[in-house]
Every structure is written in C-alpha cells, then in structure tokens.
Design a binder for this molecule. Structure first.
Ligand code: GAL
Length: 410
C-alpha cells in the first residue's frame, strides 16, 4: 500500500511541476491559407510538446491587414505573447520604443550567429547590437509558377523564361485561359513589379534602387524596360479578378490561369492540392532570367510583458522555432527554406532544391522589407496597385512617380 502512496505522491508532484510551467502563449500571424495553416500547425505542435500551450491568434487577410492590428495591440498595452513580422524593418519603431523583448541571451545560448545563414537574416533582427527576433524561414519572392498541362493543352511548350511566357499569352487567351493570375492587394502588385525589376534589370539595379535609393536609375532607360514589362504583365492579368494571393495560386492549380508571379509560399498550396513540382507545375526562379534568392521571409518578435511565466514561455518558443527538427517540419510545409544550414531537407521537392542550390551559390539579394522603411514601401505599394488597376496610367507616368518616391525614400 505504501508503495502505491509513494507512486501517487510522485505523479502528483510531477503534474504540479508540469502544470506550473504550462503557460498559454497567444501567437499572432497572418497564415490562414491551406499551406500556411499546415505549416503553422508544425510550430504549434512543437511548442505544445514543451508543456506550454500555443494559443493561435491567426488574423485573416494579408500582412497589410494584420500588421496594423498587431502594432496597435502592442502600442495600446494589450500585447500578444509573440507575433509574426517579415524580416526587415517592419517592427523597427516598436523595438526603438523599447516595447519588444531582447532575445540576445537566447541567441547567444543557441549560437544563432553561427547557425543562421545568410547572416543578413540576423542583422535584420539586430538593433544597437541586441537581437529582437527569431528568423524562421527564407521566402524568396523571385518565382514564376506555371501549370504545365495548361500550356500542353494549348499546344504550347512550357516556358523556360519570361519572354517565352509573354509570347504564349495570345494563344492562352484564345484558349480562354488567364495568362497571369494576380491578386489585387498592394503587396502582390509590388511583388510582381520588383520580381520583374530583379529579373529584367538585374539584382544590382534592384539593390541600387531599393537599397541605394538611386532615383536617377529609377527614372532611367534601364528601368523603362521594366515598366514596359510591367505594362505587359498588367495586360496579361487584366481578367484575374481575385484579391487574395492564394486564390490567384488556386487559379493556376485548377487551370483557370497559366501562371503566377509569387513567392515560394505558393508551394504550400500546390502541396495541399497534391500537385508535384516538375510534373504538374514548373517553377522558374528569377523568371528564368536572373536566378537569385531574395531573403524575404518571416521572423517572430516578443512584446515585453511583466509576467515571468509568459517571458519564460516566449524564450521556449524562440528556441523551438529555430531548432533543427522544427525548421525542417515547418519549412517543408511552408515551401520556404530554413534559416540554418545544418539541417537536411532530403524531402525537399524540385523547386525547393532549386532554391537551396541558388542559396548555396550565394546569389542572394535582400527583400524590399529589409531595404526600405515601412512608410516608403507603402508608397511604392500604393503606386503599383494603382498602376495595375488603372490601365489609363501609362508606364511612363508610373515610372516618373516611382522615381519621385525613391528620391525621398528612407
Ligand atoms: C508574406 C509571408 C509569407 C506568406 C505571404 C502571404 O509576407 O512572408 O509567409 O505567407 O505573406 O501571406
């Protein structure tokens, strides 16, 4: 009987100990598509396995919808436990205001400086020598996604670059296919434009304009070619009447559209639709013209809170998100690349392998979010949503306005 009492006492103590560390942590993000939800479930599962509890705070819509909500909660004294932002300068003002937790102790304990590659990901989390976010993936925006059977059924070869894709547009339209699917949210039209810029004017020109704020180059002949291509893209997308990026991806998956310029998170949607890279769809990094990987993507930030248990749980989550096993489980579902080089993505599909090879080759550029302030990028976004929605705006007019924005951008 005594032995039974001892076992009972021990198990009660263990439960109490575990319960003491079972902290609910509200995590806000904007991952609500099929592929995104499958990926975020991997984070939740890994965090719950630590004995804490992931309280999901998904905010539907795009990052442009979610970020103002996240920022107002943090500045309004109603912070969540952790929140998504993109790599770069989106949370810069929150960090400068002293509202975000310093993760430097966890980063040095976990050797983030050695394991995170490229190091620019960690630089984007660092302010005044302190680290304020945990990078969780690399999402390159520089991709064109093509539905193979749409081209084959129209008697066309699957394009291997932008020019072949543009040349195929008239025949696709004759077959009742939307050549280019594009959602009409600001970030999507800017994404399409800067992908065209990198591919057609080159990575150096992109970095000079978005990073160096070179307004002369922005208004010059090199860039005029990019605006002419954007004018073509606008025409190819004229019948793409969807809002959300994943609805545009779905147009490609179901064969209503032939292609989409979109970040590699589109892979998560192809995966959920059980479509196979290389067989059902083709991916062209850098539009098949300039193969680069843009180190966009996502990082998690942790608002400062007084509660010691929540602060401890925040640290647990940061460690879990960058652990090798969670990096593989999450990124395979998300369609993105891991932030550390010491993991083996042997389950990676053809497109992820293309991305990993380019990354290994060092052909890397930073995302607009890492180069432009949130305010300047919003001005660029607003210009391109107007350009793509208003056929009356000429490429020349758009370029003049773009050069003016860049001349005063920070
Ligand atoms: C991006 C984010 C990606 C992707 C996309 C669409 O900002 O980095 O994770 O999900 O939004 O929601």
């Amino acid at each position: 009987m005594k032995a039974l009492r001892v076992i009972f006492a021990a198990s009660t103590a263990l439960c109490a100990a575990t319960a003491a560390h079972a902290t609910d942590l509200e995590v806000t993000h904007w991952w609500t598509s099929g592929g995104e939800a499958a990926a975020v479930a991997e984070f939740a599962k890994a965090f719950d396995a630590t004995g804490n509890k992931w309280v999901d705070g998904a905010i539907a819509g795009s990052g442009g919808t979610a970020r103002p909500i996240m920022i107002s909660r943090i500045t309004g004294g109603d912070p969540m436990g952790a929140t998504q932002f993109n790599h770069g300068r989106q949370a810069e003002e929150l960090v400068e205001a002293g509202l975000m937790r310093d993760l430097s102790d966890i980063a040095s304990e976990g050797n983030w400086a050695e394991i995170v590659r490229p190091s620019s990901l960690l630089d984007s989390c660092t302010l005044d020598g302190k680290i304020y976010c945990v990078p969780v993936n690399i999402h390159s925006q520089q991709w064109l996604w093509l539905n193979n059977s749409v081209f084959e059924n129209a008697g066309l070869a699957v394009p291997t670059n932008w020019d072949e894709y543009v040349a195929a547009a008239p025949k696709l339209e004759e077959a009742g296919i939307v050549p280019l699917a594009m959602g009409q949210q600001p970030w999507q039209t800017t994404l399409a434009f800067q992908v065209l810029l990198v591919a057609l004017a080159g990575p150096e020109a992109y970095t000079a304009v978005f990073g160096g704020k070179d307004a002369e180059l922005a208004g010059g002949p090199e860039m005029a070619k990019v605006f002419a291509a954007a004018d073509k893209a606008r025409d190819m997308a004229k019948n793409s009447n969807v809002q959300n990026w994943n609805d545009a991806t779905n147009m490609v998956i179901t064969g209503k559209a032939a292609g989409q310029i979109m970040g590699d998170w589109a892979q998560g949607e192809f995966a959920v639709a059980e479509q196979v890279a290389g067989k059902d769809y083709t991916c062209l990094p850098g539009l098949g013209v300039n193969e680069v990987i843009m180190t966009g993507g996502d990082a998690f930030y942790f608002p400062k809170v007084d509660d010691a248990d929540v602060t401890a749980a925040q640290g647990e989550l940061a460690k879990v998100m960058i652990s090798p096993e969670t990096q593989v489980a999450f990124n395979l579902k998300k369609g993105s690349l891991p932030v550390r080089g010491d993991v083996d993505l042997n389950a990676a599909n053809d497109c992820m392998r293309k991305g990993l090879d380019i990354l290994a080759g060092g052909n890397i550029i930073q995302a607009p979010d890492q180069l432009l302030s949130a305010d300047s990028l919003t001005q660029v976004n607003d210009l391109f949503v107007e350009f793509f929605n208003n056929p009356g705006m000429s490429a020349e007019d758009a370029q003049k306005q773009f050069a003016s924005i860049i001349s005063s951008a920070d």
